[in-house]
Design a binder for this molecule. Structure first.
Ligand code: AMP
Ligand code: TRP
Length: 330
């Protein structure tokens, strides 16, 4: 069976884009592959979070993954920092990674531009840590977004170099996992093409948003002056509202608003009220589940412990073999 692996930095609450664009797909993958999903808390150290935030974010995000349907009985769900073997592999891989290839990475260039006072070595070696995550379980497929493709290429280069250097076909060269369906893109509430934290909190719907927060965000969503003639093309803002509605509302409800848009009788206020009601109904059970899981520290600790045991089993095997290949005898 092929091995799938993906890591996510615990940078905050999951939003609808993360849910539809990543989590729902992961949940399906669990049925068909040997899956490893982990929380990349080592990676977070590149930007110096404080200890309390780091710890809280890990548990918060774990509760959200579980609520979305990641299943510890089907997959190995773990926290990166509970698998120390990754640090050992990272060190070995750094010995065969060139500073030049790391410096050329787009994400690194972007980070140093944004943060010229914190160009630490961890930031530079972010891709070799990611390579260690992937190669530690000798993963074949990695479902990542476009922004991570370059990191995956570096992983392949490092794996290939290792295999060549030690004349062994040891590491599989991991490929980006392509979802059969076209990847969905969830739009934001402010007319931007993509829901993303970086476009602002008010335009992003989080799985944890309660009714009053949702109300504020949806009622403030950008609209336009309304359709000026029958069957006119929709502006980006209105198309976005329809896209969000298609996710959570019944088809006949969406059709009703399509029709009223087309005959120019639509009232955006009514559409927003409907979207709010349906979004709230959709999120309520997830919100409850997240709340319940978040408050159950004992359960979360148990999941972290089980995940670490499972992940370390595979990690220890790889480290043992890698040490032998490199030439360490003890
Ligand atoms: P991010 O939180 O931006 O690092 O995204 C994590 C993952 O969530 C990405 O790799 C995407 O697969 C998915 N994702 C994030 N935002 C969206 C969005 N607006 N639409 C669809 N998928 C998204
Ligand atoms: N760098 C990834 C991101 O920011 C997170 C990540 C860390 C990852 N290690 C990984 C993703 C290994 C896939 C495989 O989204």
């Amino acid at each position: 069976m092929e091995t799938i692996l993906s890591g996510m930095r615990p940078t905050g609450d999951l939003h609808l884009g993360n849910y539809y664009g990543a989590l729902l797909n992961f949940v399906k993958l669990q049925e068909k592959y040997d899956c490893y999903f982990f929380i990349a808390d080592f990676h977070l150290l590149t930007t110096h979070p404080n200890p309390a935030d780091l710890n809280n974010n890990v548990r918060k995000i774990l509760a959200q993954y579980l609520a979305c349907g990641l299943d510890p009985d089907k997959s190995t769900i773990y926290v990166q920092s509970s698998v120390p073997e990754v640090a050992e592999l990272y060190m070995y891989l750094n010995m065969i990674t060139y500073v030049g290839e790391l410096e050329r990475t787009t994400a690194f260039k972007e980070k140093i531009r944004q943060n010229p006072n914190n160009i630490n070595a961890g930031l530079l070696t972010y891709p070799s840590l990611m390579a260690a995550d992937i190669l530690l379980h000798r993963a074949n497929k990695v479902p990542v977004g476009k922004d991570q493709q370059q990191h995956l290429e570096i992983t392949r280069d490092i794996a290939e170099r290792f295999n060549r250097m030690y004349k062994q076909d040891y590491f599989p060269l991991p490929q980006a996992f392509n979802f059969e369906r076209e990847l969905v893109k969830i739009p934001s509430l402010d007319g931007n093409g993509k829901m993303s934290k970086s476009y602002g909190e008010q335009a992003t719907i989080y799985l944890t948003d309660d009714t009053s927060v949702l109300k504020k965000k949806i009622m403030k969503a950008k609209t336009d002056e309304g359709p000026q003639s029958p069957n006119s093309q929709k502006s980006v803002e209105i198309e976005n509202l329809f896209s969000l509605m298609r996710l959570v509302s019944k088809q006949e409800i969406v059709q009703q608003f399509e029709d009223s848009y087309n005959d120019c009788s639509i009232r955006y206020g009514d559409m927003k009220k409907q979207l709010l009601q349906d979004m709230d109904l959709f999120l309520a059970p997830l919100r409850e589940k997240i709340k319940e899981l978040s408050s159950n520290e004992t359960y979360l600790n148990k999941i972290i412990h089980i995940g670490a045991e499972k992940a370390r089993e595979s990690a220890k095997k790889t480290i043992r073999e890698v040490r032998e290949i490199i030439g360490f005898k003890i």
